[in-house]
Write a protein of this length. Sequence first.
Lengths: 403, 641
Amino acid sequence: MTSPTTMGKLTFDAVSPGVGLKAALAQPAAAVLDRIAASGLRGRGGAGFPTSVKWSMAAEADEADKYVVCNADEGEPGTFKDRVILSEFADLVFEGMTIAARVIAARKGIVYLRAEYSYLRRHLESALASRREEGLLGKRIGGKEGFDFDIEIHMGSGSYVCGEETALIESLEGHRGEPRNRPPFPIDTGYLGHPTIVNNVETFAWVVCILEKGAEWFKSHGTVKSTGHKLFSVSGDCSRPGVYEFPMGITVAELLEEVGGQGAKAVQVGGASGQCVPASQSDRTIAYEDVPTGGSIIIFGPKRDMLEVARNFLEFFVDESCGQCTPCREGVPKLLEGVQMLQQGACSMAYLKELCSLGETMRLASKCGLGQSAPNAFVSIARDFQDEILGRTGFGRRNGSDG
Amino acid sequence: MKDDLVNQRVRAPKSQTVRTVEAIQYAKARGETVTLTVDGNPVEVPLGTTVLEAARKLGIRIPTLCYHDDLCLAGVCRVCVVEVVGQRTLQAACSYPITAPIEVRTHSPHVRRARRHIIDLLLSEHYGECYTCNRSVGCELQALAMEYGVDFFRFGRLARPRYEIDASSHSVVRDMNKCVLCRRCIRTCIDLQEVGVLEAIGRGNRTKVSTFLDKPLADVICINCGQCINRCPTGALRANDPTDDVWAAIDDPSKHVVIQTAPSPRAAIGECFGLPPGKALTFELNTALRRCGFDKVFDTNFAADLTIVEEGTELLLRLKRALAEGDKSVALPQFTSCSPGWVKYIEHFYPDYLDHVSSAKSPQQMFGALLKTYYAETNRLDPRDVVTVALMPCSAKKFECNRPEMCASGYKDIDYGLTTRELAKMIREAGVDLPRMPKSEFDDPFGTATGSGVIFGATGGVMEAAIRTVLELVTGTKIEDLYEHADVMPVRGFDGARYAELPIRAVGPVPPLVENLFADWDWLRGATLKVGVCHGTANAMKVMENIKAGGRFSQCHFIEFMACPGGCLGGGGQPTPTNPEIRAARANAIYAEDRSYEVRKAHENPAVVEVYRRFLTGGPCGPKSHKLLHTHYTPRGKYIA
Ligand SMILES: Cc1cc2nc3c(=O)[nH]c(=O)nc-3n(C[C@H](O)[C@H](O)[C@H](O)COP(=O)(O)O)c2cc1C
Ligand code: SF4
């Protein structure tokens, strides 16, 4: 596998490993945490949880064994920015994890690496080995007495849901990768029952940048609620697909222009579990407070059949649902069936409405983020592309009370 | 004592939810409380209490499906979702621990819609054959559909079954077409029983509860305890039902069909006829069985008494070799052998310890062996024409009676094992209204039983019966003089694993029953009998690990093991539903029946004395006993082809 093209310069290119860690070691852990809090950094994996809040809760936990886990499962369709970071900036990720360990007082870190990225393993292991040689991992890191931390790599085995942090922890423990009940959250009952922070690859890399360049610098980009820059994996119907760095808060239209995707019919922001933004709403901003994303941008040109798009995503979820909870396990196939009925012109309006309402139940009642977001694409396409869909709506077989 | 067991290694991988529960319990142990409101009603609960528990405290009903009182939490069916104000999504009440003064709404529009959808979805994938399903009426899915007024299949229904039915096991039949994936069976098998045969395989809506490599249940390390059946909300799990064969035997005039009834089903069968738990129908049942057409109705208690005499004698023989003769090779502690689930468990999990298991057959099998020999001879019946049926609380008994070694007379000791549920069905089919039957006695010559046999049904009962007999034989003192009313309280209770010490202060003369085996009891004077009791194979595992590690249980002389939580009264053949309160009510019924007996000690049972006088002439553990009443075991291990 070759790395996808990186489009333009990235902030990470100009950050030299070592500086951030040195800065972190020179001040008390609480001060490091303050710095991250001041930057407003939110998780880059998609959910956008404030990183400093997660870390401070883990830091407060009164336990000897704590863990730092890097979520490198990158399974969201259309995301490949973590692959670029791991290939080209692995040092930043490990350094970010080391800083996290310093903040929460962890002694062990684990990178949960997506099965398909096993080709990166050797490269990552050698990066770890040289950090150990340089005294940046292992005992007395940076000469600091009592600061011992090391990182190991754990291979995933090809399941999308294992990117969900509690399923990831189950998988690390050797169990079937299925999300846990939350609460309790990993920050107090995580890996092997100990406090654990799970963060995205990119989140760790930005922490290093913040420590080197300062919270003010980070905060000066993006929006008030979504600070900083972020990497985007852009694919689909555009002339310049690849990995981009944009400030948070960029509008869909601006993004389309940058990547050569003008004239698109819709943009899927956030992968299969994200939202489908129609061209008519291209002034919307990509930010946690508007259209959030873990980095996946898929562009649909004017010729795309939106029902095909929905079908494609739902087939993905049918395969990837862990099968644990009812709304997701049974709901996703019903939505898929609904799309197929629509394609055959055999779905009544009433049943379509019922399915959208089911989508709402799935969003509210599923156990984890997968089932909660699985209906997103279906519901937004059914809402925003009604004309396209209604053209094919027939009279239902399934529901006597036809509309 | 319990500390001894806390840090035991856990073999089967614990399901994730156990650990969640542990975290919650930890919070509870800290003792702080919090006040929340449920539908506007304030309630104060210990920190870590779940929303479901808090609502129950207020008398507010939240429907559940994957939740079970005996099991760790799963939070997978989502039927119990509620609104926790401020949370973005609905929360599963069963597994949401309260750590702050939250506000809960149990029937907002979102909640009602979600519940309806979830029930509709479950129905769409459940191959429901309610007319022919053995769980119909008792089915929890059916009840939910009724409760929520489901009046059509909103998301369609399955046109044909998806999976083949697995009826390979003598004990448990699995019909995954009716499975709703609540995973109660999985949790029962792993967390309650530490067996771990069942696991989810596949993903999405191809998820299925299955076995190792999807093998038939007969080919995996299932111990047949049937606890999964008791906790299945639908008809996906059931016992392997031989009632058609039993009817055929009854209807065949050339067959002499006898049935023995065990105390636990008698204490529970009323539940199948709408009575509250805890009402024994022993003597009504005798009448009902005769009306069904059984030729004779016997009391398993007779054989239980016989078991106690044989097993107790075996224990005394082992103790003599160890204590009087200093033989270090004697396998002590001796383990009980009457729970067939436990026997299969030890054959799979601790095959190196099989010489500890008493060679005495279980009461069911002893009775069968005598029915086809002693009883057939005295009544001039051809054993070939005697059909022996056993009413048991147990699904493992079905496997036990089909063990090839259980053929003492040349014929199967027991032909058919019936569960409580199956017999209730037969009785209904015969048009008999059990609770309204007049009472009648058991048939001779095995009619007289003692209370000792009755208490076999409760955890600790076998041990108590054995103690009553052994102590009396050895001390020559009436047990009533040692323990008030002959109630050996130290071994009673519901703790998972119990340990007790019983001092033998004085010894008496050797009674005639065993005088050919023992010259005197001097070697027991001043000794302390150390005994253990445990129920549920998860607790059995803890005790076994304790023994392996040389802990306190390794010092025991005798340990009672029961595969099922609560003992036989919680057996896998008992009526559903089950929970700790129901099992406690059944136990009360059993101990009440014990108290009603005049003779409460096995060795005083006149029928037992008579059998030794007339038939088992070599006495307890003599040659004839050995041939008919004792057995051997098979080291099976965990990996079977
Ligand atoms: C179904 C599902 C899949 C996920 N996959 C990933 C993933 O591949 N990588 C990732 O970083 N986060 C993923 N997440 C989000 C994680 O659960 C978690 O929120 C994230 O790792 C936290 O890191 P952050 O705060 O740095 O974003 C996934 C979430 C869900 C519900
Ligand atoms: S929402 Fe889907 S993936 Fe998540 S726990 Fe439920 S079944 Fe599993």
